[in-house]
Design a binder for this molecule. Sequence first.
Ligand code: ADP
Ligand code: MG
Length: 654
Amino acid sequence: MEIKLDQVKGIGPSMLRILRNHGLWSTYDLVLNYPKRYEDFSITSLDRTQDKETITTHATIISELKLNRYGKTGFVSFKVKILDKTIDVIAFGKAYLIKSFSKDEEVIIKGVYHLFKRQIHASSVIKLDKKVPLKPIYGIEGIHDKTMMNVMETIFQNDQVSIYETIPKEFLDKYKLLNRKNAYQMLHLPKTIEEIHQAERRFKYEEAFYLQLRLQSKQQVHFIRPPKTYDIDRVRALIGTIPFELTADQKEAVNDIFRDFKKEYASYRLIQGDVGSGKTMVALIASYAVITAGEQVSLMAPTELLANQHYQYFKSLMKDTNIALLTSKTKNKSQLKEDVLNGKIDLLIGTHALIENDVQFKNLGLVIIDEQHKFGVNTRDELILKSNSKDVIYLTATPIPRTLAMIAFGDSHVSVIKEKPKHRILIETKYITKDRVQEMYDLMHSAILRKEHIFLVVPAITSEHVTDNIERVYEEIKNEFSAPIFVLHGKLPYEEKEGVMEKFIYTPGSILLSTTMIEVGIDIPTATFIGIYAAESFGLSQLHQLRGRVGRGNLPSFCYLVSTKEDVERLELLSKTSDGFQLSEYDLIARGPGDFLGVQQSGYLKFDFLDLVTDYPILIEAQKNVSSLLLKPDFKTNSMYKHLHKFVLESLKI
Ligand code: ADP
Ligand code: MG
């Protein structure tokens, strides 16, 4: 039952007009348009609060107040709870607070929020006046919040709206979650802060549940296939010919994969490893095993150069197999495609050319996707669909924060390679402001004399807004250096890009000026210097990834970051750590989850209530629940799950 708003008591013609202008036509629309804040202090907004933003918020003191010595006046510190979050509060020069407040008291705090320390530096702490009711703030121009409140009261009291439940009862019961209708009522007309909290808890779960439903319905774990009968002796023999010892993490990842192969259903696995951690070798061993089981393998890489590099690498190590390369440049494609279809080719390496319709396999048993985040979800799926067994391994050098990886792939489907092969040297990382760029140029001059390779990275090709663009920097450096300068960016035709890259590789002592194109896994052992302009415009993970382009041989290497003064704190982190995972956690907090999973276009990860960082436990519960639900024999037939099953089918189409 949905009621048009002109039939609701208390809504006059002018209010009706305003509501319609906001796209609100029915009582149900009004229910979904819940208040964003309450009273004059925010309740929900810590998730959306930026670093160093001033906030006024309700809080409950949960520790004793402590006076700390510092300077003349000292500071008071204590812990508070703001909804479900525990935050440290620090108040300078307010020793009197010790006497005015104690544990369990409810207060209103005004201060500056320090996101990364999870701290508030308070400028005022006052008692919460209990007599003031919680007033929702809708912020619709021309309508008093009080009027909105009355209308909502009418709607709920007269039962003028139907709100269906969307979460199976078993899970509502399990976590004592409010039903959907009550939850909305409490968001609109809360009597206590606890009611708002409970309502939010329900909606957080709902968002987590549907995220999981969408993600898991796309995964192929529910595809039954026989265990792979690989020849372990031949695999061992191959490992014996590798010119180095595998790292412990590489061995672990290989074991994870072999365990997957032995199962009775298709596997999907994410291999996460920092640049240079040796993921290719893991993929190689996995491929070989599948080939010994009499199945074909396909490896897709995001660039021609990378596909080519893999092709050479695999061919040099897997001598008793038939390996072929398929890219847009491949000659005599039709013969190759025939060989693939007839099963003469064991391993087909290529670019996105692999997903073309007329590339068909005889018995594709494993798909490997290198630098998986470079491909859209659909491209990846298209290759997987060509496979008989639907097994897939994703490789990624962008460390995805542990939490996100678990959420997206599930706990048992992620292998992490942290340890790097021993000979790797540390890359000296330095940040400078623009006025000191000569310091960087001096180092570049010596690298050129040593016939090493240099990368210079800028955020844009040409732009009025970005001064550090290719055009300007090119003008600047062409006077400074007599060495060859190559220019690479996304607008060049495909062929030309590859050509530029090749020329650069074969010209020792040259400079490549580029946009972030060079991010992806190219191995140039004599690349020893990378300078990144406008470093403030890149995330730490991305900077780290770019930095990984150098220091791949045994030569001392440098990464120079040209940035603004304000960026110093962040970049210092980069110079101190070479742990990509740590940096990715920082990015997740500072910039949100958008860049990591390659699904941001689809809006998967936009939530009203859920915070991917702090609500991790909820996400993990939802993950387990959805997984158990999808494995239920009656999931597709039981009318109780009808709306969920429909959602799964629709997800598959996206
Ligand atoms: P990435 O994880 O970035 O894809 P690669 O697989 O390209 O890294 O490996 C980088 C280099 O390290 C390659 O030259 C590879 O042969 C080498 N390598 C891989 N594993 C080891 C190891 N265990 N010991 C020494 N070198 C290794
Ligand atoms: Mg790689």
